[in-house]
Write a protein that binds this ligand. Sequence first.
Ligand SMILES: Nc1ncnc2c1ncn2[C@@H]1O[C@H](COP(=O)(O)OP(=O)(O)O)[C@@H](O)[C@H]1O
Ligand SMILES: O=c1ccn([C@@H]2O[C@H](COP(=O)(O)OP(=O)(O)O)[C@@H](O)[C@H]2O)c(=O)[nH]1
Ligand SMILES: [Mg+2]
Length: 237
Amino acid sequence: MWRRRFTSLPLFFSHLQQVRRADELKICQAFCTETVKPPVEGESNSGRNSPFVAFVLGGPGSGKGTQCLKIAETFGFDHIGAGDLLRKEMHSDSENGAMIQKLMKEGSIAPSEVTVKLIKKAIESAENRKFLIDGFPRSEENRVAYERIIGAEPNFVLFFDCPEEVMVKRVLNRNEGRVDDNEHTVKERLKVYKAITLPVANHYDKKGKLYKVDGTGTQEEIFERVRPIFASLRLST
Ligand SMILES: Nc1ncnc2c1ncn2[C@@H]1O[C@H](COP(=O)(O)OP(=O)(O)O)[C@@H](O)[C@H]1O
Ligand SMILES: O=c1ccn([C@@H]2O[C@H](COP(=O)(O)OP(=O)(O)O)[C@@H](O)[C@H]2O)c(=O)[nH]1
Ligand SMILES: [Mg+2]
């Protein structure tokens, strides 16, 4: 049976030397509380086998993908990049391909049912039961759709806090041939992020599930801020 346990609280706090007291309280709440919503019949995978899920949020270029790779490698999580799933769908023969490309170019958000369906499929097809869901939910509508279809809230939410000018610089230097890595789209994406995605972070903050990490500095420096959070998890099957 899949169960979550948060053990060794003293060890956990000793790891968090650089973390402010308020954040310690938040992360403690994050690991100690969990609300599981009643699932919609036939749509949910919640229950005894529900996976351990961390949403990873932050603006465009805040370093979500980069840090997820490190977390996945170090702590054995599967990394589900919502944007990566949509790009894969866009490059396939899917009926949604053209629509996704248009939305990405505009910096808009894809319909929830499309993204949640892709995420659900990725979760269900994995052997792993620990997931980082990177870049999702991007709107309150995304969040509600996920919680309804998956039938559970995330266990906690990691949030990379980064100044706009740093994020823009990183995006414009990303050089991965993405349709949205240009000055016009990044400006649109920042507007969408502030108006539509930040309320999702605020929602989880109010529930004590948000863990905010300073997203500035080198990749290694940032990972050293992230490491204690995951090092303190005690998951058992
Ligand atoms: N700490 C960092 N310092 C400098 N560049 C970074 C840092 N973290 C990531 N990058 C680079 O910035 C770009 C955006 O990072 P990425 O992880 O894709 O961010 P996000 O997924 O949040 O959009 C990538 O080219 C990445 O290599
Ligand atoms: O849940 C999601 C995730 C991504 N996107 C779209 O995909 C783009 C790129 O997302 P990604 O997470 O790859 O971008 P990042 O923040 O990593 O730069 C976003 O601007 C949206 O257009 C979306 O619609 N829903
Ligand atoms: Mg990314």
